[in-house]
Design a protein around this ligand. Structure first.
Ligand code: CDP
Length: 204
């Protein structure tokens, strides 16, 4: 097993972080944690009437398997629970120990390079214009059979971005030493190649 190596990938909603993170993890043979799923699982429990702080403190691996965690309703609930400092604190240790596991780790989210892993060996900030991100998310949700309009998806993405950027606890902001990749006019293959090249530069 090789020494820990943490890759932090942050950015706004539907910027392509998930696809890029999976491809980067496969390329380097690292483990991958989609930290948005933690907040989505807490958000899903809020929708069921549970106190979000209790939900975050008692989260289990099964809670991350729920079928509707990708729905727009759960995404909105996730961004609402994500402003609560106690929720974020409850999820911190798990993320930090995942990041330092032997063999390397890729974590994607909003605050990985700034708060969770400020000493990550490589940091990326993946972004794209809001309209482009909404089109991609609309296509994904449509393919999954969700009844949503493009206008609704764009409004949802903008609302979550604003809440994520303006919150006091761990706001969405690029780390000073993050490499920014704007994927608006890139194919997914080009975005993955740009991410791998930026990380390779930090490995040597
Ligand atoms: O997939 P998408 O980019 O739309 O969202 P996600 O990564 O699954 O995150 C859902 C929500 O969780 C975000 O809008 C954030 O409010 C919150 N989140 C966070 O606050 N910190 C993270 N590290 C990851 C997600």
């Amino acid at each position: 097993m090789s020494a820990p190596f943490t890759i932090a990938i942050d950015g706004p909603a539907a910027a392509g972080k998930g696809t890029i993170s999976k491809a980067v993890a496969a390329h380097f043979g690292f483990a991958h944690l989609d930290t948005g799923l933690l907040y989505r699982a807490v958000g899903a429990k809020l929708l069921l009437g549970m106190d979000p702080v209790v939900a975050a403190r008692t989260l289990t691996a099964e809670d991350l398997q729920g079928g509707d965690l990708r729905s727009p309703e759960v995404a909105q609930a996730a961004s609402k629970v994500a402003v609560i400092g106690e929720v974020r604190a409850a999820l911190l240790d798990f993320q930090r120990s995942f990041a330092r596991r032997a063999g390397g780790a890729v974590l994607d989210g909003r605050d990985i390079g700034t708060v969770i892993c400020p000493n990550a060996e490589a940091k990326l900030f993946v972004t794209a214009r809001a309209e482009v991100r909404a089109d991609r998310r609309f296509a994904e949700l449509n393919a999954a059979g969700a009844a949503v309009s493009r206008a609704q998806v764009l409004a949802d993405v903008k609302e979550r971005d604003a809440r994520d950027r303006e919150r006091a606890a761990a706001p969405l902001i690029p780390a000073q030493d993050a490499v920014e990749i704007d994927t608006s006019d890139m194919s997914i293959e080009d975005a993955i190649a740009a991410a791998i090249a930026a990380i390779e530069a930090r490995r040597s």
